[in-house]
Structures are given as structure tokens and as C-alpha cells.
Design a protein around this ligand. Structure first.
Ligand SMILES: Cc1ncc(COP(=O)(O)O)c(C=O)c1O
Length: 449
């Protein structure tokens, strides 16, 4: 047990590893010490412990499109803390959260009129999966117990989301506690057919037929829902081919399978519309959200459901709890107050349109890297992009890690998974900042071994 010190020494304590950090190579951070510490943030930049300003290339973890330390949000947070800092959401409501549910329902596709709040993407996704199972059971189709995900999908780290997710390192250690009855369709990405596509690839709608394969294998009467990210974010921005999401919708409707869009990354403007569902003009039965709704400042997530689903639960004795599920912090008033201010700012400053306007700037900038020999693929949609680097011989992931570490010295906080770099810059970015970001990335890639 590390000794408690009277005077806090961040460098020394970090090296001791008392903070077991999430999704982190902990020993590497301990070794690098203060080079891996952020101390403040303002606008589109973080400041590292040595004073270096770092452009926030992924809006935190896709969650801070408005940038950091906006005094309007800080003020809303303070005011709400003074008024109603916490209120339980079990059997009793509070005005900010009531108003937020209405506001989010109004932003969502028509007919998706009810919001269940959680505190993270993982909680939102597990909630949606439980709603799907409960919905079918209440309709007398309890045999629909299977949940379908997609290879390379990321739906957080709860047991449901992990099981439906399709990222191997997140799954292999926990095989014994996977939710039963889960299966996966293939992802629609095929490098040989869609490499260097700008926006939606023309090839790949037929990959949606993989759901028909699973229906043929398991029978539709055993399948409750499929959960997909409209754009697969964490796995490096895999963009849905033209017609692909539409086809998934058709197959789900045909077989009575619920379609859940995980919009934890794409929700609240990243695709240049409130939700990706609106960008791609495909309406799911449920949308999960988190991250940008509060600009990442207070944790919040949730599930937006169709009226059909909500009404199916609103049966039985009136004094009975209809859905035995919820979190202590579901609908936290601080998060709700922050969400209102974030959505106010997005509206007043037309930030969703701005994200859309920046899309061609980011597209042109990232695709300019195509001539760099070790760049293997470049993809983009909305204010997101992914760049795959060819792995160094015998050392997969080494180039990605080197990019991240060198980025810290060159003014960029990069997000690299394996040898893929993902971009999701703040909506408040300027075109110059995006071009500078890519220019620095070019320099860093060229300098790689
Ligand atoms: C699509 C998607 N779903 C779910 C999650 C999990 O969200 P959280 O980390 O808030 O639990 C993430 C996180 O990046 C995500 O990208």
C-alpha cells in the first residue's frame, strides 16, 4: 500500500500507480511521468504539465465539441449547484431534467418522444439492450432473447455493450461473462473496395444482408434487437456505405427486430445534424446518446425510444414500476442544467451547421496525406476522420503509440488505437486549425521509423 504523503507530488504519485488508469498502458504512463499529464484546458486546446499547448484533435474523447472552459457553462453549473445540486430520480422529478427530456425528444426524429437517462455511453447501451428484451417480453414474444452486434463495433464496457461489441481485446479476457445468445454481423469495411473513400463509400450496402444470414441461422422469432453505430467511431471511423443503413432498417422491419443506433459519438451534431439518423435519413427504434450532450463536463447518457416502445411498457397496475432499471444519477440535475446551456450555445452559434461547413475542410486536409507512403487508408464523414498507418514490421500498434507520444511534443493531443489515428475536432475549430493539425500529422508520420 503506497504511503500517504502530506504534500502531494503528482510526478511521484503517478509513478506509484495508485491511479489504475482506464484503457491505458499504465506502466508506460508511470515511466513517462509528467510528460503524460494535462493540467488545464481552454477553447480547443489543453495545456500539458510542461506548459505545451495541445490542440484537442478528438474533442476530449469525442465529447467536447464546444471546447473547454466556456464561462457560460461554468456559470450554469454553479447556479444549478446552488439551486438543486442533486435530486433522486426514483419516483420524483426535477424541472431541468423534465425540460431536457422534452428538448432531446424534439431534436430526435419524429415519433421518438421518450428519454431514459443514464450517465455514460456504456450505461445508455446496456439500458437500451434491456429495454429491447423487456419490450418483446411484454408483447408476449419473450422468445426473442438474442442481441445482435457488429464486428468492430464499440458499445462501451458494460456486460451488454461488451457482448454486443466487436472489438477483440475488449472481449477476449471476459469470454466467460458474455451475455448469452449474442451474435454479430460483419462490418461493412473492405479495404480492397473502399480505400480512400471520401464520405460514404459507394460499395458495401450488400453487407447489410449479413443480418439475413443470422436470421436464417437463428430464426427471427429468437432475435430481439441489433445495435450498431451509424458510423463506427472507436474502431477508426468506419463510414456506412450508401444504402447500407437503409437496408438494415428494411431487414429489421421485415423481421420485427428492433434497430438500435448507438449515437454516443454521432449524437448532438458530429454528423452535421442533431443525430446521424437524420444525416442518413434512417429512423431506428432507439437512439443511445452520451458525451456531447453535456460537452463532457458532467457525465450524462440516455436512450431515446419510440412511442411504441414506451407505450408497451406503460401497462400493468398503475402503482407498479414498469421498468425495473435505473441509476442513482439518472437525470442528474447538474448534468441537465449543463446540457441545456450546451444546447443553447449550439443553437445560438449554429455549431451544428458549423460542423457541417467544416466537413469539406477536414476532408480535403486529411485526404492530402494520401501520398505519404505508410498511409494505408483515409476515411471521413461529418467532422470525423480516420487514418490507418501501415504497421511497422512485427510491431503492430508501435507507430500509433509513437504518433501519440510525439504529438504531445508537437502540440497535438492525438487519439490512436493500434495504428489508426481518429479525428473528431471541436466544432469551434477554425479551418486554419484543422489544416495546421493535419500539417503536423504529416510531419509526424514522415518522421516515423
Ligand atoms: C459508440 C460508443 N458507444 C458507447 C461508448 C461508451 O461510452 P462511455 O465511455 O461513456 O461509457 C462509446 C465511447 O467511446 C462509444 O464510442
Amino acid at each position: 500500500m503506497p504511503e500517504l504523503k502530506n504534500e502531494f507530488d503528482c510526478a511521484a504519485t503517478l509513478k506509484e500507480g495508485t491511479w489504475w488508469m482506464p484503457f491505458t498502458a499504465n506502466r508506460r504512463v508511470r515511466e513517462q511521468g509528467m510528460a503524460r499529464v494535462l493540467t488545464s484546458a481552454k477553447g480547443a486546446y489543453y495545456t500539458a504539465a510542461d506548459g505545451t499547448k495541445l490542440f484537442d484533435t478528438l474533442s476530449g474523447l469525442w465529447c467536447s465539441p464546444l471546447g473547454h472552459a466556456d464561462p457560460r457553462i461554468t456559470e450554469a453549473l454553479r447556479k444549478q449547484a446552488d439551486t438543486l445540486d442533486f435530486a433522486p430520480g426514483f419516483q420524483i422529478a426535477n424541472p431541468e431534467t423534465v425540460r431536457l427530456s422534452e428538448r432531446i425528444a424534439n431534436m430526435a426524429p419524429a415519433g421518438m418522444d421518450h428519454v431514459f437517462f443514464a450517465n455514460s455511453g456504456s450505461e445508455a447501451d446496456d439500458t437500451a439492450l434491456k429495454i429491447a428484451i423487456g419490450y418483446h417480453r411484454l408483447r408476449g414474444e419473450g422468445a426473442r432473447f438474442r442481441l445482435i452486434g457488429r464486428e468492430r463495433g464499440y458499445h462501451g464496457v458494460g456486460l451488454g455493450g461488451m457482448s454486443v461489441g466487436g472489438i477483440v481485446p475488449n472481449r477476449k479476457m471476459f469470454a466467460t461473462i458474455m451475455v448469452p445468445g449474442v451474435d454479430h454481423i460483419r462490418h461493412p469495411y473492405d479495404h480492397s473496395k473502399v480505400a480512400f473513400s471520401k464520405g460514404q463509400p459507394e460499395w458495401g450496402a450488400e453487407m447489410a444482408e449479413d443480418l439475413e444470414r443470422l436470421v436464417a441461422l437463428h430464426d427471427a422469432s429468437t432475435i430481439a434487437a441489433i445495435m450498431v453505430e451509424p458510423v463506427q467511431g472507436s474502431t477508426g471511423v468506419l463510414v456506412p456505405p450508401v444504402g447500407y443503413l437503409e437496408r438494415l432498417r428494411e431487414i429489421c422491419t421485415k423481421h420485427g427486430i428492433l434497430l438500435i443506433f448507438d449515437e454516443v459519438i454521432t449524437g448532438f451534431g458530429r454528423m452535421g445534424e442533431n443525430f446521424a439518423s437524420q444525416r442518413f435519413n434512417v429512423k431506428p427504434d432507439m437512439i443511445t446518446f452520451a458525451k456531447a450532450v453535456t460537452n463532457g463536463i458532467v457525465p450524462m447518457g440516455g436512450v431515446i425510444v419510440s412511442s411504441d416502445i414506451y407505450n408497451t411498457f406503460m401497462t400493468g397496475p398503475e402503482n407498479a414500476i414498469e421498468f425495473a432499471h435505473g441509476y442513482t444519477y439518472s437525470g442528474h440535475p447538474l448534468a441537465a442544467a449543463v446540457a441545456h446551456t450546451v444546447l443553447d450555445i449550439m443553437e445560438e452559434e449554429n455549431l451544428v451547421s458549423r460542423a457541417r461547413a467544416l466537413e469539406p475542410v477536414l476532408e480535403e486536409a486529411v485526404h492530402s496525406l494520401r501520398d505519404v507512403p505508410i498511409v494505408y487508408d483515409i476515411r471521413n464523414i461529418g467532422l470525423t476522420a480516420g487514418i490507418d498507418l501501415k504497421p511497422a514490421a512485427g510491431k503492430p500498434g508501435a507507430r500509433g503509440l509513437a504518433m501519440f507520444e510525439r504529438g504531445l511534443k508537437e502540440g497535438l493531443l492525438l487519439r490512436c488505437t493500434g495504428d489508426t489515428i481518429s479525428f473528431g475536432p471541436p466544432f469551434i475549430s477554425t479551418p486554419e486549425q484543422l489544416r495546421d493539425m493535419v500539417a503536423t500529422v504529416r510531419k509526424l508520420i514522415i518522421e516515423l521509423d
